[in-house]
Design a protein around this ligand. Structure first.
Ligand code: ARG
Ligand code: ASP
Length: 721
């Protein structure tokens, strides 16, 4: 008896200490006190849960924002100055760049507030408060209801909750499902709309290593950019006006110059986009066997074409650099995910788990009733959804995302056609014409006909070869037959006839638009293919949506079942682009046999990679000089300039730009990536291999101060020695 008890205790200690060590998880700010703060304190954190999230006083959450559509940023001064990644500010930096004024290549630094650049459309969003609203959302739901009935009731409840939450304010509200709809939280947000570019290093620093080093360690990228939030006189969010003043935040992060030692506590606070930790083995099978390999091939082709063209021309480099970076980013991550899951034997692990789960459901008849057929239903739905999902991806890749580019452009004109068809008012039509004009200019600024044609031909060929006949749009079939698969010939013909290949003609067409012009659009060969592809795509989307709805309800039940199956386990919810905390420690790793990676890199490594012949590794002369003179100011301890560091925080896409915070709550880094061996963390976390990559904040300060000579910006920051 006693022996057994001791054995139990020992087991408990082993279990709980391994729980302490594994830093997996993205946690909910309002639940830190309940679930996490003790563990965080044991790991070294010196502050309280209230310091992270509070509605009674200024807390860290008041200094963390959604930046643009999918990144995180944080405040570093009481005058609205924020820092995020270079790759998050990339579009804005690019939009101000021309061959003569190439901020992407040369960097940009406002030397005073007057010189800051406005970015129409760019916003930052603060979380004001959040709350568990599960009970309210599920009010009225009863056993035996159909999925449709339930979802209608939930939607009604959610609409009401949102409305009540923001009544009489300028806030926005959103209810998000957690654990696949087993729990719901309400988020009330405030969005600022005047966000100006303050500074960005040249790409040779901010994107150093380019797509070659992307997702990799050792890393030497100075991936940061600076923006400033502006507000109206009352500190309220308003659109751009020259009269706006710098936003006064409730909270901003002090910056630590202390750096990290292995084992030091680190916390990442930001907006992870999506993860799939609790889905069944079929999901991993679908991704790694059916979907990723095909998409990798499509993108390999795109990259080959884009990179070739970019090597040859500076203009094409500016036009296609953001596109290529986007294409390359997931392409490389998919490869890493396949490899990482393989090495983990993830599918077999999930299958073994499912076997145990199945046995458990069979142990009890009620359980069996509820969960007994889950896995076989999953099996069936995944079999059905995989080909539809693949078709959906192909359509996106070929027609709507850096494939046949003119098709994406032409798709935007269907609204004009339908407005005219429905006798819309002249005002409505003018509004659409105006937005189309902008779209057209934006498109052609970043479009090179030769590169575009090469992409089109290659993509249409891949589409013909790999997408089943039943998903071929009618218009595509016609072209395929008429030109016998010679898409080059089709394009040459189209170049002479279409509106959508020439900026001047298209703008003239818009400027002198009369409703009879709609005929011209409707007859246009590119528009016709766009329409036809759009129709087929909508069919695919609706099939996909239906099947996915089934998956979502299976996930909800399976999630609940897993929590019952493992009652002792603390489950963190999958990421859903809501504010989360992940904690961990600074730490290196062993990527492969006999190799150990230290947890930080220095400027020595930048110089080791320096190669003027390679665009991605061409270190700016000024940086070389600072290195030669070791002119590092107060930012380099022991004469070595730190650049990036690794930690064990569980992060994903969307966490880019997130603050990395030390035990005292000070900013020590900006999260921007993960190491390649661990990118499968979106599907399965491996504590041995999963590492987030952050920019050491001292490198950013050094670049601002010594490289850019914009040291005046440091005066508004709070530095802690
Ligand atoms: N891999 C990082 C993330 O997913 C950085 C991407 C931007 N950099 C690049 N070279 N494409 O967003
Ligand atoms: N680079 C990613 C981002 O932009 C972060 C990641 O996937 O680790 O959010």
């Amino acid at each position: 008896m006693i022996r057994k008890f001791i054995r139990l205790i020992v087991l408990f200690i082993i279990l709980s200490s391994s729980l302490l060590r594994a830093d997996e998880g993205m946690w909910i700010p309002v639940l830190m006190e309940k679930f996490n703060i003790e563990i965080m304190k044991e790991k070294g954190f010196k502050l309280s849960a209230e310091d992270i999230y509070s509605i009674n006083k200024a807390s860290m959450k008041d200094a963390v924002m959604i930046f643009g559509g999918g990144c995180t940023a944080e405040l570093i001064s009481d005058r609205g100055l924020l820092i995020t990644n270079h790759h998050c500010g990339y579009r804005s930096i690019q939009s101000h760049s021309t061959v003569d004024n190439d901020y992407l290549t040369n960097g940009f630094w406002a030397m005073s507030q007057e010189e800051e650049l406005t970015n129409p459309g760019l916003t930052v969003t603060f979380l004001k408060w959040m709350k568990d609203v599960t009970g309210e959302v599920l009010k009225g739901i009863e056993d035996g209801m159909s999925e449709e009935e339930m979802s209608d009731i939930k939607q009604e409840n959610i609409d009401r909750i949102n409305e009540e939450a923001i009544e009489g304010t300028h806030f926005t509200a959103q209810v998000k499902p957690f654990y696949y709809g087993n729990q719901y939280f309400l988020f009330v947000n405030e969005t600022y709309k005047d966000v100006r570019l303050v500074g960005a290093p040249p790409s040779a620093i901010g994107k150093f290593g380019g797509d070659t080093d992307n997702w990799m360690w050792p890393r030497h990228t100075g991936d940061f950019s600076l923006f400033r939030i502006y507000a109206g006189k009352e500190n309220e969010p308003v659109g751009y006006s020259p009269d706006n003043v710098p936003f006064k935040p409730e909270k901003f992060f002090p910056i630590s110059l202390k750096g990290t030692e292995p084992g030091d506590f680190t916390m990442v606070f930001g907006y992870p986009g999506s993860t799939y930790e609790y889905v069944p083995s079929f999901h991993l099978q679908m991704l790694t066997r059916d979907i990723y390999p095909e998409l990798i091939d499509v993108r390999t082709k795109k990259l080959e074409i884009m990179q070739n063209a970019m090597e040859k021309s500076r203009i094409v480099r500016i036009q296609y650099s953001a596109k290529a970076a986007g294409v390359s980013n997931s392409w490389k991550r998919w490869k890493g995910e396949i490899r990482g899951l393989d090495k983990l034997d993830a599918i077999a692990k999930k299958q073994a788990y499912e076997e145990r789960f199945r046995e458990w459901t069979h142990e009890d008849s009620e359980r069996n009733q509820l969960y007994g057929n889950l896995l076989s239903r999953y099996d069936k739905v995944y079999n059905e959804i995989a080909p539809v999902r693949l078709a959906r991806s192909y359509f996106r890749e070929v027609f709507f995302y850096n494939g046949v580019e003119n098709i994406s452009l032409a798709s935007g004109f269907s609204k004009l056609v339908s407005l005219v068809g429905n006798n819309a008012s002249p005002e409505e039509i003018d509004e659409v014409l105006e937005s189309l004009r902008k779209r057209v200019s934006g498109f052609f600024k970043n479009y090179d006909p030769a590169t575009g044609d090469a992409l089109s031909v290659a993509m249409l060929l891949l589409f013909e070869e790999n997408v089943p006949w039943k998903y071929h749009p009618e218009e595509f079939k016609r072209i395929m037959e008429k030109f016998d698969g010679n898409y080059q010939a089709w394009i040459e013909k189209v170049r002479k006839k279409s509106l959508f290949v020439n900026e001047k003609t298209l703008l003239e067409f818009l400027n002198s638009f009369k409703s009879s012009g709609v005929k011209k659009i409707e007859k246009d060969p590119i528009f016709r293919l766009a329409q036809s592809a759009g129709e087929t795509y909508n069919g695919i989307l609706s099939d996909y949506g239906e099947l996915n709805q089934e998956l979502v309800s299976l996930h909800r039940v399976y999630m609940k079942a897993q929590m019952e199956f493992e009652p002792g386990k603390l489950f963190y919810p999958d990421a859903n682009f809501s504010l989360r905390v992940s904690y961990g420690e600074a730490k290196g790793y062993e990527p492969r046999d006999a190799v150990f990676y230290k947890h930080y890199t220095t400027l020595e490594g930048v110089m080791e990679k320096d190669d003027p012949a390679i665009y991605d590794y061409n270190v700016p002369e000024k940086l070389r000089e600072l290195y030669r003179k070791k002119d590092y100011g107060r930012y380099a301890p022991d004469g070595k300039m730190p650049v990036c560091f690794l930690a064990t925080n569980h992060t994903t896409g969307g966490n880019s730009g997130s603050p990395v915070i030390n035990a005292e709550g000070h900013l020590i880094g900006i999260n921007f990536d993960r190491a390649w061996e661990g990118v499968m963390s979106d599907l399965m976390f491996n504590p041995e291999q999963c590492r987030n990559i952050s920019l050491d904040i001292r490198y950013a300060l050094f670049i601002i101060d010594k490289f850019a000579g914009a040291g005046y910006l440091l005066d508004e920051m709070t530095l802690v020695e």
